[in-house]
Design a protein around this ligand. Structure first.
Ligand SMILES: NC(=O)c1ccc[n+]([C@@H]2O[C@H](COP(=O)([O-])OP(=O)(O)OC[C@H]3O[C@@H](n4cnc5c(N)ncnc54)[C@H](OP(=O)(O)O)[C@@H]3O)[C@@H](O)[C@H]2O)c1
Length: 215
């Protein structure tokens, strides 16, 4: 499948490399043409790896992944052109972290709204699915890296899109995926990242994850 990733940072590159290794073609998108990080990534990631603008990555992808800084996510969608996301599954792994007052981060939206819902409103024809925001980039592509199968939570309005994301995550090795239904559940999933960051700052390690036990 052709997959467009909006973003060029550590998460975008880690996911891009994993997706290429699974046989997908991946285009990283950025605010500018010739982004240094995207150019360097594409040069070593294999023949099905490429880079371009946000708009080019969105047009390329049958499925899209938002991997921008949380504070830049809505800007990225505006720059892309929301119509380019229409009808596509859009994985939103971004976190609404506000570090303007330093660390630890605060949320710039939460509890009664979420960044994922803002993304859905900004691109109403897209099938936005919140996923992967509560683990590290390394854990995203290797859910057994901490020695046990990690848990993942997803939310989105379109059942077929949630299933598509579930299938993609399973191809990464994810086994424990809980589907929370509509995108409004993201207002509870996004704040979980604060606990994850809090523990990371306390311990200096980033290999922990949240466990969800169901009956
Ligand atoms: N790092 C993790 O382990 C982890 C885990 C879970 C979730 N996340 C979430 O994943 C997202 C990406 O994280 P990362 O670590 O890959 O971040 P990063 O390395 O800092 O990359 C951020 C990306 O956002 C773009 N960006 C920044 N400001 C922007 C703006 N105003 N408009 C458009 N694009 C903008 C950057 O573009 P340029 O290349 O042009 O600077 C870059 O492509 C974040 O939302 C983060 O909360 C990260």
């Amino acid at each position: 499948m052709n997959i467009g990733i909006l973003g060029t940072g550590g998460v975008a590159q880690t996911l891009g490399t994993k997706l290429v290794s699974l046989g997908h073609a991946v285009k990283l998108g950025s605010r500018t043409t010739g982004n240094e990080k995207a150019t360097a990534w594409a040069a070593q990631a294999g023949p099905t790896a490429s880079h371009g603008t946000f708009a080019e990555a969105a047009d390329f992808g049958e499925l899209l992944i938002l991997a921008t800084l949380g504070t830049g996510t809505l800007d990225a969608i505006a720059l892309t052109g929301p119509d380019r996301l229409a009808g596509k599954t859009v994985i939103d792994l971004t976190n609404p972290l506000d570090v303007s007052q330093g660390m630890p981060p605060k949320l710039f939206v939460g509890h009664t709204d979420s960044l994922a819902e803002m993304v859905q409103r900004a691109a109403p024809q897209a099938h936005v699915v919140k996923a992967l925001n509560i683990v590290s980039a390394a854990q995203m592509v290797d859910p057994t890296s901490t020695g046990s199968d990690l848990d993942m939570f997803i939310a989105g309005n379109d059942a077929a899109a949630r299933q598509q994301v579930t299938d993609l995550l399973k191809s990464f090795g994810w086994k424990n995926i809980t589907d929370f239904g509509g995108i409004e559940s993201a207002r509870f999933l996004e704040p979980l990242v604060l606990l994850w960051v809090h523990y990371g700052m306390k311990t200096g390690g980033w290999a922990h994850a949240l466990k969800f036990v169901k009956q």
